[in-house]
Structure formats: C-alpha cells, structure tokens
Design a protein around this ligand. Sequence first.
Ligand SMILES: NC(=O)C[C@H](N)C(=O)O
Length: 477
Amino acid sequence: MQFSSYQDLREKLLAREVSCQAVVSEYLQRIAAARDSNIYISVFEQEALERARELDRKLENGEAPGRLFGLPMAIKDNISIKGAGLTCASKILQGYTAVYDATVISRLQDEDAVFLGKVNMDEFAMGSSNENSSFGPVSNPYDESKVPGGSSGGSAAAVAAGLAMVALGSDTGGSVRQPAGFCNVIGLKPTYGRISRYGLVAFGSSFDQIGVLASHAADAAEVLGVIAGYDECDSTSSHHDVGEYTALMKDVSFNGLRVGVPKEYFPESLNGEVKDVVRARLADMEAAGAELVEITLPESDYAIAAYYILTTAEASSNLARFDGARYGYRSEHAENLTDMYVNSRTEGFGDEVKRRIMLGTYVLSAGYYDTYYKKAQQVRRVFLDRYREALADVDIIAGPTSPFPPFGIGSKMDDPLEMYLADVFTVPASIAGIPALSVPAGFDSSGLPVGMQLIGNFFDEGRLLGVAGALQAAAGN
Ligand SMILES: NC(=O)C[C@H](N)C(=O)O
C-alpha cells in the first residue's frame, strides 16, 4: 500500500477504495516488522485499530470526514495523550500515565487523525542524536550505523521509514529541523506561540514549540492548519490568525523571491559536501527566478553560548518538579525525604539532563546571574533585532540545516560541546522566535541526506512551506 501524499490517501479513503482499518493495519504491521529500529516507545495497536473502525463507520453513516480523516500519525513521547504513557524517554517518568490530552492532541482527534503510538527522542528533548534516551538509540533509516538526529529522532525516522505518514515533534533549538534534515523529510518549527504548548512537557519554555515532520510540505501544511491557533490553556499562544496554509503555499513563486544567504551560515568549518548540496539548491532557486542576496548576521558566533545558557536556566527550573514524589520513578534507596529526592533524581535522570540542570542552576545563581543569564538575554535581544532587520530586506533566509551530515552512533557521545555544535544553524531562529523549516536538499557522496534550512518572518509559515513545496516539486518529490 503506497500513497504519494496525505491528499492521495484521503481521496482513496473518501472514495472508499481503501478502508481506514486496512491502512492502519498496514502501518501497524510495518511498525511490528521494524521493532528493532527502536523508533516507537509504545504502539497503540488496539486503540488505533478501534479508532480506524470508528472512522470507517463514520463514513458509512454519511457523516462529514474531518480535515485529517484517517491520517496515521506518530507522536513524540513528550506530548501528553490521556491514558497513555508519557516518558520523555526518561527513567524518571517510568510508569507515569498522562492524565490529560495536549491541545494539539485534542485538535488532531477532532479532525479524525489516528495515533499509531509514541516515538523515541533524546531524554527531555536534550540532544541532537536521539542517543540520550533511556530506551536506547534509534538508527537512521538511510544508514543504520548513523544517528537520525535529535531530539525528535524517532519522529523523523518514523516518517522516513514509512512507519507514520506525519509525526509531531518538538523543537527548542533545532530538535525538529535537524533530525528532519538527517532523515530526508520536511520538519517545520513554527513561530513561537503559533501552536499551544499545553500538554508538551516543558524544557526551555520560552523556546519550546511543537513542530510537524512529514514527507511532503503540503501534508505538514494540513496538519499545521489544524493544530495552530490561540489556546486559553497556554498564555504564550498567539491570537494571530491561522493561515490557510495550503492556499498560501500555492501563492508562492520563485520569481522575484528575495533569498538572504548569510555568509556566517557557510563558514570554513562547514562540511564541503553539505555546502555543495545546499549551494546547488540555491542555484536552482536562482535559475527559477529567485534573487540571492548575500547578507551578514555578525553575532552568529554567540548563538550556541546564548542558547545553552538560557535553555539550561529554564530547564533547571522546569525539571525541578521531577522529585520522585509526584511522577513516575521513586528511588527505593532512601531513609528520609531528602535522600528520596536526591536519589530519585540521581537514578532517574540521564547524564545530559543532569549536566544541563547543573549548568542552568549555575548560570542563575547569585553572583553569576548578571554575567551569564542576563548577558545571554541581552544577546537574545540582539539576535531578534538582527533577524528582523535582515527579514525586512529579504523574504526568507536560507542555508544548511546542520554543519555536517548524519554522524556515526556513539561518535560524539564523549564530547557534549561537539554535540552542541550540531545546533549552530538552527538555534538562531529559536532565539529570535521566528519560524524555520528543513527541506530535503539532496545527498552527500555516501548517500546520506542533507537538509536545507529556510527561515522566515513571524507567522510566515505559509511562505516557508510554499518554497519547500516548490523545491520538492522541482526535485520530483
Ligand atoms: N531540544 C532541541 O531543540 C535540540 C537541541 N540539540 C538541544 O539539545 O537542546
């Protein structure tokens, strides 16, 4: 069973050429056959089939199908689905069952999407390789010795391996875009506030955004249209009108499109093959009528430092709630309350999470606050101004998603700073709160995917998806 896009699946479902039950069983069979890939943390076998039958009955009864009727989806395991496990790939949430639906989940359900299960990730979304998971690593579907990227590695690999048509991920500093680039799929991080975070387990609350991963830009647009929009349960969600993304995509043309190409996104240290692939796509855009404008974003070197100060500070506060008392795992080795807190956290959190809690606590501590946290907030403001200025002159900014292609499992685990560098091109849009996506750009000489990042102005997701869709169409996808 092969569908060229959700539109194709939808037409066949509505024409009753295929049933929801048949489609969902096919996906469940593929998931079962690919169990070794470690992509799914939990699979909703019974629930998904029951839901599919319910949807088939809905059509038989002549009821109107929802906008995402029968869409088989995977959900990152830091998004709450009532009654299902919610692990954030951490031992500390072992045995915890979610008590409410995230807003994105209820919106998808209302439009008849089907959830196949929860997918693997870096613990609490901290990582760029999916190796920081208490469930173990995930392989890249293009080469099983390589990582799929992270932290939404399971979401990207699920879509790339045909184990879900669309997946939800979350992106704090690149967690949707970088794995999308590594797995040759589309990955969109919308404007901060575009999608409610209610029910997304918080990591860096002023950065976190739920994002969409799909094989086709048009499918991501459909899902974005359903999950975007104000939610009274998230005071940081925006009242800005939700676009008709599918229609907006069609309005986009390369002709006259001003594409900013920051020279800082093509540094000496950039992998040569990544550079060539991305440059080739830029040349294609130019040949199709786009105007490439060389721009400069001089503070780019400070992005990683600012990001890892601000997000660790927020994480140290957000993760204080996991104390062994309220959720999931509790240490058995405790004689008193303090030991219970300390031992539960010591045994429950992985190394990277502990590193970030300590870093965050340090940058917030009296005496260091001004030097680190306050300074990083000031840098954040500069980034916002610079990207605003740049986007006043160009329509989008383009460059590589990652400075290197997918790397070997285990190859960067001993060097956290090297791992943080994976985010060098993705964190600026997160710092500024503007939308960005990764679109498949081609392959390196070993056949590994290369992603191109497109960054847009606030709430300009329609244009980003339109350019991505046009690039995919030009490449025959
Ligand atoms: N969470 C993210 O967006 C990924 C980033 N690599 C981080 O570890 O923070």
